[in-house]
Design a protein around this ligand. Structure first.
Ligand code: ZN
Length: 339
């Protein structure tokens, strides 16, 4: 099969399209012949050795959807020919955290394409529990691309206890997680507001149910309060130091600021009096559980949520697709079509 492999960790140019042996599923595993796969910032980080793969060459890629074409011993829940979506959350399945369903706290928690060969290939082998049935009628482009980002956004909103009628502010809209947060927030009945430095991305959010959008580089806390009539109940913050001050100001008393990334740098300042007088919660979040993934698949299957796909490239055009992601030009997911 063809696979995009990393032979070193010098950056996105280190991917090469190679002919490699097609992997065989072991006990409890299935092989998925992939139809559409999608990129995440994780793939860029792994290409730069952050974190370095355990072994080289390495196949990155966390998201994909396709058709099961080989089934390992002992697999009873998945059959040959099933159309499936790959769930990239990996865990041991045996420890107390896993048995409680909190796989994100598993000590051996990992992500497909980071901790084992991923989806930037014509086929991937995963544990049988890491595939979910593709909803009938869902297009392959959406099926193959929403998993990691939409699952991550869903857990963030759940941890932020987003409720119907709440004011949700999504800071720095455009990427997979933040654009998913917009459509999920609307589906959950929240009033959604966004920030971006790109007028096109703000316009996209307005088209997808946001009430108003503001410039990420401006004083968006004031603008939010003027537009919404009150501050935010939940702020989705993945930008970090460039927007953090405004995000904290935008959160109202008892507000929750939920963070799953920090694209503008690793450190922020936090005023302790603001934290305790406003009784804010700063909530870290990463990835999602099997239960949360199932909930997200159900939301997509019902049609209540349609996570955006930015652009679909041919499988051979990975370098162009990665460049678009690296430049932050995308609105939603950047995907690759196989075959
Ligand atoms: Zn575990």
């Amino acid at each position: 099969m063809r696979a995009w492999q990393l032979h070193d960790t010098t950056g996105p140019d280190a991917f090469s399209l190679d002919e490699v042996p097609t992997p065989e599923p072991g006990p409890g595993e299935v092989r998925v012949a992939l139809r559409v796969v999608a990129l995440n910032h994780l793939d860029l980080w792994v290409s730069r050795g952050l974190p370095a793969p355990d072994r080289l060459p390495h196949i990155a890629g966390a998201d994909g959807a396709g058709i099961v074409d080989a089934v390992g011993d002992g697999v009873t829940t998945v059959a040959m020919g099933d159309e499936v979506i790959v769930n990239p959350s990996l865990s041991c399945g045996l420890c107390p955290a896993c048995l409680a369903g909190d796989i994100v706290f598993c000590r051996s928690y990992g992500i497909l394409g980071e901790h084992r060969p991923g989806t930037l290939a014509e086929a991937v082998v995963v544990p049988a529990r890491n595939v979910a049935p593709k909803p009938a009628g869902l297009d392959w482009e959406t099926a193959g691309s929403f998993g990691l980002a939409t699952g991550t956004a869903f857990r963030m909103l759940r941890r932020g206890r987003l409720g119907a009628g709440d004011v949700l502010l999504v800071v720095g809209v455009g990427g997979g997680v933040s654009s998913a947060a917009v459509v999920l927030g609307r589906a959950m009945g929240a009033r959604v507001f966004v920030t971006s430095r790109s007028p096109d991305k703000v316009a996209w959010a307005l088209d997808h149910g946001a009430e108003a959008g503001f410039d990420s580089a401006g004083e968006f806390a004031k603008e939010l309060k003027a537009a919404a009539g009150r501050p935010a109940d939940v702020v989705v913050e993945n930008v970090g130091p460039a927007t953090w001050g405004q995000s904290v100001r935008a959160a109202g008393p008892g507000g929750r600021i939920v963070v799953c990334g920090s694209t503008s740098g690793p450190k922020v300042e936090l005023s302790m009096p603001v934290l305790f007088f406003k009784q804010l919660e700063v909530v870290g979040s990463t990835m999602f559980t099997f239960g949360e993934f199932a909930d997200v698949v159900d939301l997509v299957a019902s049609g209540a949520v349609r996570p955006p796909v930015d652009r679909v490239y041919d499988f051979t055009d990975l370098p162009e697709a990665l460049a678009r992601l690296d430049a932050g030009e995308q609105l939603g997911k950047v995907a690759l079509r196989i075959g």
